[in-house]
Design a protein around this ligand. Structure first.
Ligand code: SF4
Length: 249
């Protein structure tokens, strides 16, 4: 697992290598847009997602960008949404949990029930993330994520392309082979907006009550659901699937 450091402490990535990687990313996104229409990009508004957003906007690609507003996001994430709209003139599409379902869950279990058990945590993630994602992906041919293989023990063999059996469409992870250093090199050299929590040792950002800052040397996702077993820390958005292929790049 890659040791994590503050964005300002990242080593320099050679400009030529970054150019090549950026060009390959743009080419992969162009191909997805052309061959898998309609394709959508599910932005979690993390650093990786901002790289992909920047390329989609720069290339004027016909890929809709959406995010899931769980209702429990940190203020800094909403600030970033606003900044994206200002900077790119982008109308970010937001999906919300079903209000009747979340009202029933909180009434039955409490407002912070996700700390009480893994089952209740997963149920909260299902209501606030998985079900809205299913709505966002309905009638699409492909979806794109900003996941990288080095991000966590749960993502160590992340392919560039895979069939998403759960949602019945193709799924692309075009940053699968990017390093954290390359992500930050792209953001710095292209002046891409990013979540200011990254400057406070939050490399992976989700809902406020389920995300904490990490220490130097900790896994980049150590701050997500930190009270749980690290080999089982996903929200259900990204189900592992053995039926995978790697064809882009
Ligand atoms: S990350 Fe936490 S608050 Fe957000 S949906 Fe999952 S359990 Fe609920």
């Amino acid at each position: 697992m890659t040791p994590t450091s503050h964005p300002d402490q990242q080593d320099a990535t050679p400009a030529e290598a970054l150019r090549d990687k950026s060009a390959a990313l743009a080419e992969a996104l162009r191909r997805i847009a052309a061959e898998w229409r309609p394709a959508v990009f599910a932005s979690s508004l993390g650093a990786e997602d901002m790289v992909i957003t920047d390329v989609i906007v720069r290339e004027h690609l016909p890929i809709e960008i959406f995010s899931l507003d769980t209702g429990r996001l940190p203020a800094e994430t909403y600030d970033l949404m606003h900044e994206i709209q200002q900077r790119y003139g982008l109308k970010l599409k937001l999906y919300y949990p079903r209000n009747d379902v979340i009202e029933a869950y909180t009434r039955e279990n409490g407002i912070n029930a996700f700390y009480d058990s893994i089952e209740l945590r997963k149920a909260c993630c299902h209501i606030r993330k998985v079900e809205p994602l299913q709505r966002a992906l309905a009638n699409r041919k492909a979806w794109i994520t900003g996941m990288r293989a080095q991000q966590a023990a749960t993502r160590d063999r992340l392919p560039l392309q895979q069939y998403d059996e759960a949602n019945k469409l193709e799924k692309f992870n075009p940053l699968s082979d990017w390093t954290e250093q390359e992500v930050w090199a792209y953001i710095r050299s292209n002046d891409v907006p990013y979540n200011k929590l990254h400057d406070r040792f939050y490399p992976s950002i989700g809902c406020a009550p389920c995300t904490r800052a990490i220490s130097l040397g900790e896994d980049v996702r150590a701050g997500r659901w930190w009270w749980e077993d690290p080999t089982n820390k996903e929200c259900g958005l990204h189900v592992k699937n053995p039926n995978v292929v790697s064809i882009i790049r």
